[in-house]
Design a protein. Structure first.
Length: 166
């Protein structure tokens, strides 16, 4: 598999956090598939914020390992290593994929209207998005795990909108 981490590491990570019962019903094939989907999602979601550049350039499937990267404290990330933050974030995302298949790849249809009003009583302004990635589900725990190695570029902020009484 081309996913970050290992199936054993996934089980150990979640068992250490008291989640053994959450993963007990899943067979190794499901865990491996969830790790792969989580790895693909992680790369797509955070690639713009990962430091450095891919070691294997175009032939490298995953975004990690990378060269020329450092963490937020200025320490170099070893060139041929996948940081523990990436592996742990993958395990968190994989659990969400196991619990609710497809939750990492939610389809999105843009709103037809930007705002709506009801005969002068109430108006609502909908949040607008430039792309589907802005409307996707966000996982704060994954953002927090990756924070020490992210450059700050490309991380999507929380969504917002407003409702006004007229």
């Amino acid at each position: 598999m081309d996913g970050y981490g290992s199936d054993t590491g996934f089980v150990d990570y979640h068992t250490a956090r008291g989640r053994a019962t959450m993963i007990a019903d899943h067979d190794p094939c499901e865990i491996a598939a969830a790790r792969l989907v989580a790895s693909e999602w992680l790369d797509a979601r955070y690639m713009a914020s990962f430091p450095g550049s891919k070691v294997g350039m175009r032939v490298q499937i995953r975004e990690w390992p990378r060269q020329g990267g450092s963490d937020r404290y200025g320490y170099a990330i070893p060139e041929f290593a996948v940081p523990v933050e990436v592996v742990n974030a993958t395990y968190e995302a994989a659990l969400r994929q196991l619990d609710k298949p497809g939750s990492l790849a939610v389809d999105w249809t843009p709103n037809k209207y930007r705002s709506v009003s009801v005969d002068g009583a109430v108006s609502a302004t909908y949040a607008t998005f430039n792309s589907a990635s802005e409307a996707q589900t966000q996982f704060l725990v994954i953002d927090q795990i990756l924070a020490p190695i992210l450059t700050g570029a490309g991380v999507v902020a929380s969504l917002s909108g407003s409702i006004n009484r007229q």
